[in-house]
Design a protein around this ligand. Structure first.
Ligand SMILES: [Zn+2]
Length: 343
């Protein structure tokens, strides 16, 4: 057994022995163990995190071997959570790992993640992101969400990603207008409803498995940004940034200091409340207006994450969230509103 004071000597030069103790004591949830989550668990393990909840129902495929740093060719077919647990235990043999081989919102995943102090999302679909926002805000758990994005809707291909930290101050995926409500709705559709939707609006790129680009270097940068925000939060080095945007096509990272697009965010109000607040009580007691109620996902059972399509703020979320079931027209991306645009 290697003494922690020796092993983490170079860590404590940055954030002190107390910071290292806080990392060791923290229980961290990682939802999504694919291209982003594999880097996240590797870095968390090297930071010294010992207590994990891992949730993902996916298995490694041949297509994921270009980026899944937890997997080798012989691992095709294995659950991604099993591969993540193997890596964690190789780095920290005494790690405590709760391994949930299910997607959100499976009850086992929801129940286990409710008991952590920090959740990091490495997901590729906005439906489970909404579940994490709901869960984390209800239990006032800090939620760091990482996403890689590509967009070629209007001009040259933009590629990179972003990290959003919610629960440490105003601003979350919902009120920053970063959730694609149409994507969330599609996950809840039956096959017939999805086919009818596609007949009207076409098949979106995110509905095709492994349809979009996913490259290990970009995943690694975005996951490292998220892991660093987790580190500064756990150690108290500084407050995490609300939103970081990485433009790999430009080679830079931007801090978003803009106020949330949506005011009176029901999720951020929950995070700020002294006690956990359930949605019905929230609606009844706080007099939330129709437009500010928690969006309903309509999801049940297993969700099947698809490839994440680049989201630009204001694309169609506000309309979809308040449309009462009316399918909104897919918006044309306005690059002047894109959070990448002014980097
Ligand atoms: Zn919010």
């Amino acid at each position: 057994m290697i003494d922690d004071s020796i092993r983490y000597d170079r860590n404590t030069m940055l954030f002190g022995a107390d910071g290292q103790k806080r990392i060791k004591a923290a229980r961290v949830g990682v939802a999504g163990l694919g291209g982003l989550g594999c880097h996240l668990v590797q870095q968390l393990a090297y930071l010294g995190v010992r207590r994990y909840v891992l949730a993902d129902g996916d298995r490694a495929s041949s297509h994921s071997l270009n980026r899944l740093v937890t997997a080798y060719p012989d691992d095709v077919g294995q659950y991604k959570t099993d591969l993540a647990e193997r890596l964690i235990r190789a780095i920290n043999p005494d790690a405590e790992v709760v391994n949930i081989r299910h997607h959100l919102p499976h009850p086992d995943a929801i129940g286990a993640l409710a008991g952590v102090e920090l959740i990091i999302g490495g997901l590729d679909n906005d439906a489970p992101r909404l579940h994490l926002a709901d869960l984390a805000s209800q239990h006032r758990i800090v939620y760091i969400d990482a996403a890689t994005d590509t967009n070629a809707d209007n001009g040259p291909l933009a590629y990179g990603g972003r990290v959003v930290t919610a629960g440490t101050g105003p601003g979350c995926l919902f009120c920053l207008d970063l959730l694609d409500q149409q994507q969330i709705r599609r996950v809840a559709m039956t096959d017939e409803e999805r086919a009818a939707d596609a007949a009207i609006y076409g098949v979106p790129a995110d509905a095709l498995d492994d349809a979009g680009p996913s490259v290990v270097t970009i995943n690694g940068v975005v996951a490292s940004l998220a892991a660093t925000e987790a580190m500064v939060h756990l150690t108290g080095l500084r407050k995490p940034q609300k939103q970081l945007t990485y433009r790999a096509d430009h080679g830079g990272v931007r801090i978003n200091l803009d106020p949330p697009a949506r005011t009176a965010c029901p999720y951020c109000i929950r995070w700020a409340s002294p006690e956990p607040v359930l949605a019905p009580a929230y609606e009844n007691k706080l007099g939330v207006g129709e437009d500010e109620r928690l969006p309903q996902t309509g999801l049940s059972g297993e969700s099947r994450p698809d490839h994440q399509r680049l989201r630009t703020p204001g694309q169609d979320v506000a309309q979809a969230a308040t449309s009462g079931g009316t399918v909104p027209q897919r918006a044309v991306v306005d690059r002047s509103r894109c959070d990448f645009a002014d980097l």
